[in-house]
Structures are given as structure tokens and as C-alpha cells.
Design a protein around this ligand. Structure first.
Ligand code: ATP
Ligand code: FE
Length: 351
């Protein structure tokens, strides 16, 4: 099967062509991502109206580039997969409208894909990971543990009750005068730290797999202000120790909750991670240790497939399509779309 995938739910306009079969063997024929970070840079965050307009302007260009790079005509594809949510609704609409236009023009079937399913199924695209597996999704907008039993079978075991870790990294970077995106900046600064500033480990004392990062961010703010009051400024070494302390706290809570999630799923043999925060070296090595301890394989997709892209959407669409999922022109973009099968179906047009 060959699928074209489209994605425009946040601040990346993306299109990709993936060929494979649902057993988990896949080839990425092209993977085009047109970022918008320079458009939003001045505003300190993604501006929905700017994002929507840029997606509408660029989605056709991304599709043409993806087909050209794959060396294929649209007629060589079996279906068109498109992110139908969750995300910024004006953005989601851009790819959905484009996909509908292409489906109408070619008669190709349409498959609406949940963006989170795209992230959650990425280890199948990159490593052919067998079901069931445990997925830790850690990004700028999400943090959750998912048990993945099939392309349309997800169980949410727990997740953040407030901020996502990527968001917390970004806010901490802002508090400490570091560059955006905050994750890489905080990680680089932490490398210079030699004594991790003591910070709380939120929710560790409570059972279950839920997490919280907003209190940790406030703790960094307080520590910063105390240091500034004591030194008349934030000394470089103190800032590095604060970054190290913050990163260690995030790492520790994620590692411990992952340990618990694995214990709750004794039949899984793989721990997978996805999302931009999975780029963090300290987190990766802690998760590797947790996996080794539990006797399971650890897998982390290459970074370009950890962050938003359309190859993961094409792949999730391919698995769903192979399982019989089809949408039509009534496919509705959704701002919210929980992945858990108990709360909502993953696929279908939202009818
Ligand atoms: P989502 O995909 O959930 O809608 P998003 O697009 O903001 O959200 P991603 O693109 O997956 O998320 O990841 C971006 C986030 O990852 C940013 O918050 C960034 O700070 C964080 N990040 C990137 N590299 C690192 C790193 N080395 N350490 C920690 N965090 C990182
Ligand atoms: Fe994403």
C-alpha cells in the first residue's frame, strides 16, 4: 500500500508518502516538513491565526514536493491520510480541506487520522515494533502513557494533569533567559552544572501514572528569584545548576512513572518514546535503564520522526486503511480528540 499523508495541526505544514504493509514493514518515500517557527518567533508562542494562514498557503506546496520527492503521481497512491485533529482548528482545517479536494479530484479514499495516533504508531513505522507495547508520548503539548494494542486500540494509563514537559522546558528557558525552543537550551546549559539544584519531584508520592509539571516550573521561578536576591543577579554556575536540577526532576518523575506503567503492563515487551522531549539525552538514558531493569526493549524513533511530521500520519493512515477504515467528504476537523478508545473512537469522521 502507498499512502499520501498530510499534517497541519500545529506549526508544521507537512506532507509525506509512505509505502508498506500493516505487518509493520514500511518505507518512507518522502517526508516534507515546512516549519513556521520564524513566523511565530516574535510572539513567544504559536499564534493560531498566523499558523492557519501559513498552512493554507503552504499545504499544496508540501504535497507537490512530497510527491515529487517520492517520484510518484497521486494516482500511484492507494489512499490519502490526513490529520483530522486534535490541534489548532484553523490549522487542522487546511490539510483536511486540501485532502478532500485531492480525494474529490482523484476518487482516492480518505482516511482521517488522530495526530496522537500518528505519534503513538511511529515505532511501528521506524522499527516494526510488535503489538502490544507501551508508549510514552512527551512533547510540547502532550504527556501521556499509552498502551498500544493495535492501530485503533489505545489505552491511556496516565498523563500530565497540567503542563506538558516540553512546555515546562520552554517556560524554564524563558525564566532563565535562555533561547527558544527551551528544551535543547536547558539541556545544553545543564551540561555545565555540577550540583543539581534541589527541586521537588511532583506527584511521586502518589500512586498511579499521572504527572504534573506546573509546580516544578514555579519552583524554578522561586529558586531563581532567591538566587537573584542573594547575588544581585543570576550567576552562570547557579543557572547551570538550576537547569540540571530541573532536568533531573523531570527525568526522575518520568522514569518512575514509566516504571509503574511497565509494571501495569506485564505482557508488553517494548517501551517506546515519541515527541520532541524524547530528544533529551538524560531522559533517554534514564528510560533505557528503566527498560533494561524491566527486561523490555527500548526504542526511540529518530528525532525527525519524534516531532511533528506527515510520515507518521501516512503510516497511521496505512494501518487504519488496511484494517478497513474509510472516511468521506463529511470528515470533520476536531480541535479535541482523545485517543483512548474508552472515550472516543480513533478513526472515522466524527459522525
Ligand atoms: P505537539 O506535537 O504535542 O503538538 P509540539 O509540536 O510543541 O507539540 P514537539 O515538536 O514534539 O512538540 O516537541 C517540541 C518540544 O520539545 C518543545 O517544547 C521543546 O522544548 C522540546 N524539546 C526539544 N528538544 C528537547 C531536549 N533536548 N530536551 C527537552 N525538551 C526538548
Ligand atoms: Fe505532535
Amino acid at each position: 500500500l502507498t499512502l499520501l499523508g498530510l499534517e497541519s495541526s500545529c506549526d508544521d505544514t507537512a506532507a509525506a508518502v509512505v509505502r508498506g504493509d500493516a505487518s509493520g514493514s514500511a518505507h518512507i518515500l518522502s517526508n516534507v516538513v515546512l516549519g513556521q517557527s520564524e513566523l511565530h518567533a516574535a510572539f513567544g508562542g504559536v499564534v493560531p491565526e498566523i499558523a492557519a494562514r501559513a498552512h493554507a498557503e503552504k499545504i499544496d506546496i508540501a504535497v507537490e514536493a512530497a510527491l515529487a520527492e517520492a517520484g510518484l503521481d497521486l494516482s500511484a497512491c492507494d489512499a490519502i491520510a490526513v490529520t483530522a485533529g486534535p490541534g489548532l482548528i484553523g490549522g487542522v482545517m487546511a490539510a483536511v480541506m486540501c485532502a478532500k479536494g485531492l480525494a474529490l479530484a482523484t476518487g482516492l479514499p480518505l482516511v482521517g487520522v488522530n495526530h496522537l495516533a500518528g505519534h503513538a504508531l511511529t515505532p511501528r513505522l521506524t522499527d516494526g515494533t510488535a503489538y502490544p507495547y507501551l508508549m510514552l508520548l512527551v512533547s510540547g503539548g502532550h504527556c501521556q502513557f499509552l498502551r498500544v494494542d493495535g492501530p485503533q486500540a489505545f489505552t491511556r494509563l496516565g498523563g500530565t494533569i497540567d503542563d506538558a514537559p516540553g512546555e515546562a522546558f520552554d517556560k524554564v528557558a524563558r525564566l532563565l533567559g535562555l533561547a527558544q525552543p527551551g528544551g535543547p537550551a536547558v539541556e545544553a546549559c545543564a551540561k555545565d552544572g555540577d550540583r543539581a539544584h534541589p527541586l521537588p519531584r511532583p506527584l511521586l508520592d502518589r500512586p498511579g501514572m499521572d504527572l504534573s509539571f506546573s509546580g516544578l516550573k514555579t519552583a524554578v521561578l522561586r529558586a531563581r528569584d532567591t538566587l537573584i536576591a542573594a547575588h544581585g543577579g543570576l550567576p552562570r554556575a547557579a543557572r547551570a545548576d538550576l537547569c540540571l536540577g530541573f532536568q533531573s526532576a523531570v527525568r526522575d518523575v518520568l522514569a518512575e512513572k514509566t516504571r509503574r506503567a511497565l509494571a501495569a503492563c506485564p505482557d508488553v515487551s517494548t517501551l517506546a518514546v515519541a515527541g520532541g522531549v524524547a530528544a533529551n539525552g538524560a531522559l533517554r538514558s534514564a528510560l533505557q535503564d528503566v527498560a533494561t531493569e524491566a527486561g523490555v526493549t527500548f526504542t526511540a524513533p529518530p528525532l525527525a520522526l519524534c516531532t511533528d511530521n506527515a510520515a507518521m500520519i501516512a503510516w497511521a493512515g496505512l494501518e487504519a486503511f488496511a484494517a478497513g477504515a474509510r472516511d468521506d467528504l463529511s470528515l470533520t476537523p476536531r480541535p479535541r480528540w482523545p485517543l483512548d478508545t474508552a472515550s472516543a473512537p480513533m478513526l472515522g469522521s466524527g459522525k
